[in-house]
Structure formats: structure tokens, C-alpha cells
Design a protein around this ligand. Structure first.
Ligand SMILES: O=C(O)CCC(=O)C(=O)O
Length: 277
């Protein structure tokens, strides 16, 4: 559980660096499961992100367990309160030697949430070092409000349209979030962050879990779905999602497809969401 000073630090700088939440052994089991189920992309060529790497908690039991992990939820509760939904999740999988990178951006740009109380828990399943393209974050940038983002067609950018913050950023002010397997960092939805290519000889895998308090709504016209993982949803802003009854069962595949189709459809009312983040 985070301390009061951890929470104060998160509010002040917009992120919390690595803290152990899972044992190295548990992280190794999750890493194997993640590579088994998400190691090979299941990708629509029109999209930059593979569908099995988006909202995997609707498809695979290992991911369903991870987004409900007690220690992670205890920390998230300290940051956003007791009624917690998972809005989104991305498997950030950078193969060994991959040139793929993520430009400076704010997560809030793509999600259309109001108020901006969303926090991302980034769970390391492998080491994540500067050479492997760890996340790099700009302290206190969450106080800058929503910044404009420009598209970048470079196919090696992992974001859906290569969205890049149009902002004055001094690299010297940024810090690397160096992680060991089983550690978790937290960042605010407005915190500017990026990551470089993986120059290492092993994959770099992190799972970015987007948690919101139940009072947060989606501002688009499409009604989206989300998963309640702690507390009570007294607001009903999202349709509930079922936990998978097995790995990639027919029911799980149908629920996952429904959730992603709604998310993609939402792009018609929120231009920034034109493709999946
Ligand atoms: O894992 C990465 O390289 C990027 C992560 C990211 O952009 C995020 O979690 O929002």
C-alpha cells in the first residue's frame, strides 16, 4: 500500500517510479503466459496495435488476474479511491532489437475521459532499462493541462497515429523509469512520457493498465464498456464486461470483440481516438 507521502509525491510530480508489487517468480509466470498469448501479434493490417495486445484481460485468465491483483489495486485505491474500473489495457511488447518507440504524449489525448482522474499502472514483466527502451517521463508535466498532439506516419511509432505532443520539452528534465520484473510504476493521464527503441537482446514487456474511478465518464457518443475490479459502481457510465471463463473461449472472444469495436467506434466522435492507442 502506498504511504501518504507517496500519494503526495504522485500529486506533486504526476508519477510514481518503480515499486515492487509482484514477486519476481510471479512476474516470470506472467511473462511466460504473456509471451504464449501475446508474443505473436494478431493484427488487422489497418491498425498499428494487435488486438490480442489490447484489453487482454477480456481474453486471457493471466491478464484477468493481473488487472485484479490485490497489491496493485491497493496502490490504485490510494491514488483514485475505492470504486475502481479498468478502462483500457495495452501490452507494450518491444521485441529484442526492435526499432519501435513511443513519442512524447499524454494518455488523456486518446481516451475522452472526464474528469481526468485516470491513472496508468505500468507493470514490468521483464527488465526495462534505458537500453531496452524504458518509459521516460517529465516530472510535473501533468500540470500543463491537455496539450495538442500531431500525427506522425512513422510505422515504428507504437501509438495508433503516431500522436506526438506539440510542446516545449527539455529532455534534460526527464527521468527514466527503470524497472525490474514485478515492479509497477504509476503515471497520471496528463503526464508527458515517451520510450525509445529496444537495443537489448531480449524482449521488453510492460502492461499498461488504465484505471479510473467509477465517477469518470466517457464523453463520446458511443457507450463503452469497462470492468469493475474493486468497490461499487454507483454511476453506471459503462456497460459491465465479463471476466473470461477460460483462455480465448467463444464467450471471451465475443466480449473482447464487442469491447474493442465500441472503442474503435468511439473514434467517430473523438477525433483523437481514430485508431486504438
Ligand atoms: O511502454 C511503453 O514503451 C510506452 C508506455 C505508454 O506510453 C503508456 O503506458 O502510456
Amino acid at each position: 500500500m502506498l504511504t501518504k507521502s507517496d500519494v503526495a509525491l504522485y500529486r506533486q510530480q504526476g508519477f510514481l517510479p518503480a515499486r515492487r508489487h509482484l514477486s519476481a517468480e510471479d512476474a516470470a509466470v506472467l511473462r511466460r503466459d504473456c509471451i504464449r498469448t501475446c508474443g505473436v501479434e494478431n493484427r488487422d493490417p489497418a491498425r498499428r496495435q494487435a488486438s490480442n495486445r489490447v484489453k487482454p484481460f477480456l481474453l486471457f485468465r493471466w491478464a484477468a488476474g493481473l488487472v485484479r491483483h490485490r497489491a496493485i489495486l491497493d496502490s490504485v485505491e490510494a491514488l483514485i479511491g475505492p470504486d475502481i474500473l479498468v478502462f483500457h489495457t495495452t501490452v507494450w511488447f518491444k521485441e529484442a532489437g526492435s526499432p519501435k518507440s513511443v513519442p512524447w504524449h499524454q494518455d488523456a489525448t486518446y481516451f475522452g475521459l472526464d474528469p481526468l482522474d485516470h491513472v496508468t499502472a505500468w507493470v514490468a514483466l521483464t527488465p526495462s532499462t534505458e537500453a531496452m527502451g524504458c518509459v521516460r517521463i517529465l516530472p510535473c508535466s501533468h500540470r500543463r493541462d491537455q496539450l495538442p498532439h500531431a500525427d506522425n506516419p512513422d510505422p515504428d511509432i507504437m501509438l495508433s497515429r503516431g500522436q506526438t505532443a506539440v510542446a516545449d520539452i527539455d529532455e534534460r528534465d526527464a527521468v527514466n523509469l527503470i524497472m525490474a520484473p514485478g515492479e509497477v510504476s504509476f503515471h497520471h493521464t496528463l503526464a508527458l512520457h515517451r520510450s525509445g527503441p529496444n537495443k537489448g537482446d531480449a524482449p521488453r514487456i510492460g502492461i499498461g493498465i488504465s484505471y479510473i474511478p467509477a465517477h469518470v465518464r466517457h464523453v463520446g457518443e458511443t457507450r463503452l464498456s469497462a470492468t469493475l475490479v474493486r468497490g461499487v459502481d454507483r454511476h453506471g457510465h459503462f456497460d459491465p464486461e465479463p471476466a473470461p471463463d477460460g483462455d480465448q473461449t467463444d464467450a471471451a472472444i465475443a466480449a473482447h470483440r464487442d469491447s474493442l469495436e465500441r472503442f474503435w467506434r468511439a473514434s467517430t466522435s473523438i477525433p483523437e481516438m481514430a485508431q486504438i492507442h
